[in-house]
Design a protein around this ligand. Structure first.
Ligand code: F6P
Length: 319
């Protein structure tokens, strides 16, 4: 294989640039030309690409976002457009593709492999919800951003003796809420994977009050419910007044942490090796700190599982 492509797709994640850099540099190391495909699958369909040389990925390892831009592309659901994209790639001599993104992006890659186009997936999403890897690129940065925000909110919460509800991202997964809640010492964490008990939340708040603790931090994952709904319920149920902060897209930005840069470098480089070994329909991941690869099709049958032991621990530590 002498020429490959790389694209980023779905929600951007800090560390995507570090992964692009790794793909380009590793490709060049092995004498392979790497083309950046712009705007995700949209650019794939339209053949929007540019040769990325060594210098073009200089100075991006520390930058959040994605140099290649990203998109969510409904057209890609149609086979005719996928075939059009493959045609564009073949005309340009591109024989394989590295897809950096979440499980939605992986589904697109699977469809391409069914049409005979070689693809390797690299997991990148702040949600950490790609099955088959302990961590996705961007998750560590996102939880650090969230923890910094919670620390700031805690200052004002203690000063005014308020209860704060902080809504974090995680459409289907509670990982951001779990990890940041534990790291920031939140009193209550609500995630989509576990049922919540309003009576227990109220009791916990009251218990805090009875030992002269006048403020509380509740973290709620967006996939469980909106912060506003919980605020209404607490008010209705027990007359508890709360303040709300929805962190939103601030969680997707920022300079990637060292952990995310290292992860992105390792996974991006391994993805290039796999293409060069003639492999296709594989995804790279990390398990117990070791890089490995698995069949992309596994994501169709396996579901990401948040580490529920963190949920239990978080409850135990905030009695
Ligand atoms: O990338 C995943 C994610 O951050 C989710 O947690 C969130 O629900 C979603 O993206 C928001 O996406 P958009 O910016 O397209 O609204």
């Amino acid at each position: 294989m002498k020429r490959i492509g790389v694209l980023t797709s779905g929600g951007d994640a800090p560390g995507m640039n570090a992964a692009i850099r790794a793909v380009v540099r590793k490709g060049n190391y092995h004498g392979v030309e790497v083309y950046g495909i712009y705007h995700g699958y949209e650019g794939f369909i339209q053949g929007k690409m540019k040769l990325l040389d060594l210098g073009s990925v200089g100075g991006i390892i520390q930058r959040g976002g994605t140099k290649l831009f990203s998109s969510r592309c409904p057209q890609f659901m149609e086979e005719a457009y996928r075939l059009q994209g493959i045609q564009k790639m073949r005309e340009a001599g591109i024989e394989g593709l590295i897809v950096i993104g979440g499980d939605g992006s992986y589904r697109g890659a699977i469809e391409l492999t069914k049409l005979g186009f070689h693809c390797i997936g690299v997991p990148a999403t702040i949600d950490n919800d790609v099955p088959g890897t302990d961590f996705t690129i961007g998750f560590d940065t996102a939880i650090n951003t969230v923890v910094n925000a919670i620390d700031n909110i805690r200052d004002t919460a203690t000063s005014h003796e308020n209860t704060f509800i902080i809504e974090v991202m995680g459409r289907n997964a509670g990982d951001i809420a779990l990890w940041s809640g534990l790291a920031a010492g939140a009193e209550t964490v609500i995630i989509p994977e576990e049922p919540y008990d309003l009576d227990e939340i109220v009791e916990r708040l009251k218990r805090g009050e009875s030992r002269k603790k006048k403020y509380s931090i509740i973290i709620v994952a967006e996939g469980a419910m909106p912060a506003s709904k919980l605020a209404e319920m607490l008010k209705e149920k027990a007359g508890i007044e709360t303040r709300i902060t929805v962190l939103g897209h601030i969680q997707r930005g920022g300079s990637p942490t060292a952990f995310d840069r290292v992860l992105a470098s390792r996974l991006g480089a391994r993805a290039v090796e796999l293409l060069l070994e003639g492999k296709t329909r594989r995804a790279v991941g990390i398990k117990n700190y070791q890089v490995y690869d698995y069949d992309l099709m596994d994501i169709m049958t396996t579901k990401h599982k948040a580490d529920i032991s963190l949920y239990t621990l978080s409850k135990e530590l905030s009695i």
